[in-house]
Design a protein around this ligand. Structure first.
Ligand code: GLA
Length: 384
């Protein structure tokens, strides 16, 4: 059996942000149908992941296996998995490295190999593996390594998605466990401050996302508009704010796990257009998988700045982010992207949101960036 590395950031949907413990078979099957119908599958979204709260509170006393909740999943997990596979999609599930999951359901500590075999039997392709109720402090590398081995020996290719919140210096060892992606922060909530905090905490860690194992900045809240498990009607975000979130996740190289209610996407054409934006996805899924870099910070803070990323085909992605609540004009030197005046080059810049193309000067480009939003460009050097 091969153990393929994720050469580009995994893409899909996870139930937690919207449904929390209210997850059930109907939601999952409808989401799979809509992945195909709305073009999400064609755009590259692949994994449909059931998060916490899918099982009964106790294991089967005879087999010791975790048992799917028969009210939420009346036809069992193999049925769900077959349904998802027939759509040409992949099926993800959730467990935890501790003694109970975060929502106090059975978890895999001490049962890693049994659970991995059970997931394999059900046709699972992806396992999110959480960090609650760890039995001993400071042992995460060991317990993640154990589930990594259990998955490798389960008889099925299962992508290992570690969810360890950035604790215990996770960047320094997570690749050794077999994980293909790993959460680097605490949980996201559907408000601007939460997204900003996560994003800015990872700005100094852009090198920690790379082919094989990607820095997962958490499930997207794009399109939630205050609804659902991590939503809050008091903090409804705007499409401009969601553009900033989606662009940051794309350019910085995070996996793209949608978290909104996919059943509402057809009525939100601007959100659907955002999450299927070809240029942004092309940047996120670039085959070279190079790290992004902070090219420029304006006024010495992290709220306003430019992050760039070298892409295949001699292109460069340029993201100008504005986390402040005032519109800003950026003047950024090409020099900061490594293009000196002496090169005789300027940039052809395609705006990823409008599709319009413009040219930089030989030494700088100027762009206006709305408050709490961004501009993103696909750039190519051309003769000045
Ligand atoms: C943790 C994780 C979340 C989610 C919940 C489920 O908080 O970080 O992403 O999986 O557990 O209980």
């Amino acid at each position: 059996m091969t153990h393929p590395l994720a050469m580009t950031p995994p893409m899909g949907w996870n139930s937690w942000n919207t449904f929390g413990e209210k997850i059930n078979e109907q939601v999952v099957l409808e989401t799979a149908d809509l992945f195909v119908k709305l073009g999400l599958k064609d755009a590259g979204y692949e994994y449909i992941v059931i998060d916490d709260c899918w099982s009964l509170r106790e294991r089967d006393p005879k087999t010791n296996e975790i048992v799917p909740d028969p009210v939420k999943f009346p036809r069992g997990m193999k049925f769900v998995s077959d349904y998802i596979h027939k759509k040409g999609l992949k099926f993800g599930m959730y467990s935890c490295a501790g003694t109970r999951t975060c929502a106090n359901f059975p978890s895999s500590f001490g049962h890693e190999f049994l659970d991995a075999r059970t997931f394999a039997k059900w046709g699972v392709d992806f396992l999110k593996y959480d960090y609650c109720n760890m039995p001993f402090g400071g042992q995460a590398p060991l317990f993640y390594r154990r589930m990594g081995q259990a998955l490798r020996n389960s008889g099925r290719e299962i992508l290992f998605s570690a969810c360890e919140w950035g604790a215990e210096d996770v960047w320094s060892w997570i690749r050794s466990t077999g994980a293909s992606m790993y959460r680097s922060t605490g949980d996201i909530f559907d408000n601007f401050e939460s997204m900003k905090k996560i994003a800015q905490s990872q700005l100094p860690k852009l090198a920690s996302s790379a082919p094989g194992c990607w820095n997962d900045m958490d499930m997207l809240t794009v399109g939630m508009f205050g609804r659902g498990n991590v939503g809050n009607a008091e903090s409804v975000q705007t499409i401009d704010q969601y553009k900033l979130q989606f662009a940051v996740w794309c350019v910085w190289g995070s996996p793209l796990m949608l978290g909104c209610d996919i059943r509402k996407l057809a009525d939100m054409p601007d959100v659907l257009a955002l999450v299927t934006n070809k240029d942004l996805l092309r940047i996120n899924q670039d085959p070279l998988g190079r790290q992004a870099y902070a090219a420029d910070t304006c006024w010495g803070n992290q709220d306003v700045g430019t992050v760039a990323r070298l892409l295949d085909n001699n292109e460069t992605a340029v993201l100008c982010h504005n986390f402040t609540d005032a519109d800003r004009t950026f003047h950024s030197l090409l020099e900061k992207l490594g293009i000196s005046y002496e090169s005789g080059l300027k940039l052809r810049m395609k705006d990823c949101f409008t599709g319009k193309t413009a040219f930089s000067g030989r030494d700088e480009f100027s762009v206006s960036v709305p408050a709490k939003s961004c501009r993103v460009f696909l750039c190519k050097p051309v003769k000045a």
